[in-house]
Design a protein around this ligand. Sequence first.
Ligand code: HEC
Length: 135
Amino acid sequence: MKLDFRFSQAATSALLLVLAAPVSLAADAPQSGASIDAGAIYLRVCSACHGEKGDANSLAQGALAKRPRNFTAPEARLRLNREYMIAIVRDGRPHTPMTGRASRLSQQEIEAVVDYIRARFMSAAPDSAPAARGS
Ligand code: HEC
């Protein structure tokens, strides 16, 4: 179990080096509020794990110790509020491949990319109408 976990972590790190190296360079450039392209940030920084369509169907998913959140699932809409998502993107989730981006993205960029995810992937889609859950 422990070995497996370490292996996944190593695989994740290796994968990240390959996938994220050009990404971080690009994302490091400070941007002013007006010129933030949240979609571009998502594609460059998040999509390798969360998938281009936000459904966690990504290149990296098989190599990650934990499956990335599928933003398009009805459950995500119920569970994830904006403030929580911003905090996760800023600080990460301990012991998961979801690391904080506070050192790479400005607060405005973090908020912009969260709003992008919410608008693009988490608003009700025709094929994922929220199931009646009785709550
Ligand atoms: C290295 C892969 C990876 C990258 C890159 C990544 N994530 Fe994640 N993310 C994950 C994983 C894995 C989880 C699930 C963590 C868990 O289940 O506790 C997650 C979870 C999340 C969550 C939800 C936390 C929850 O409680 O379910 C949010 C919001 C999120 N990521 C946003 C982002 C954003 C925005 C970016 C880009 C700035 C990003 N992630 C980049 C792997 C990644």
